[in-house]
Design a protein around this ligand. Sequence first.
Ligand SMILES: Nc1ncnc2c1ncn2[C@@H]1O[C@H](COP(=O)(O)OP(=O)(O)OP(=O)(O)O)[C@@H](O)[C@H]1O
Ligand SMILES: [Mg+2]
Length: 167
Amino acid sequence: MVLSLPRDAASVPVSRQVLDSCLDILGVMPGTRTDIALALGEACANVIQHAGQGDDYEVRASASGGRCIIEVVNAGNGAASGAELMPSGDMPPPTAEHGRGLKIIDAVAENLSLTGDGSEGTTVHFEKPLDWLPGAAGEFLFDEASPPAARPEGRPAGQVSGQGGPA
Ligand SMILES: Nc1ncnc2c1ncn2[C@@H]1O[C@H](COP(=O)(O)OP(=O)(O)OP(=O)(O)O)[C@@H](O)[C@H]1O
Ligand SMILES: [Mg+2]
């Protein structure tokens, strides 16, 4: 799924809810969807608050190997390089008003990275392993890591389980 969005605060709940609806349709567990929505909201809010130039940004989400891979891409921003923005282990002071968004993404998702520099823009990448409700369409379609046992591999269409096997 790719969304091209205007850099407007109203886009943040829209992108969060569109991706959450996709994950709901695919049958992703509610707790996993909550983590993805939280992380995506922080990444999108950062584009609205910190990216200096460019009227649009993109949210890209894909499912592969049992993982959801998400990238939030904004145009040139004049900020420090992506690597310098990566969160350290230090927590901000308890009274600090800001500085928690990337740490939240890092806490609820995996493989967080920021790439790019001031002129190229910033790409925030993170991943989340997907887990599935029973019978989820997404597990059948996207979970190459662990295909469901009931998947009728190689069985001719319409053949009923138990028929056609060795006597
Ligand atoms: N997409 C982005 N483009 C440019 N700079 C960014 C981007 N994302 C993060 N940053 C920079 O990284 C810093 C840390 O981001 P983080 O989300 O952790 O904190 P914050 O946005 O300052 O505060 P909070 O999210 O807690 O309200 C930001 O202050 C900003 O300088
Ligand atoms: Mg932030």
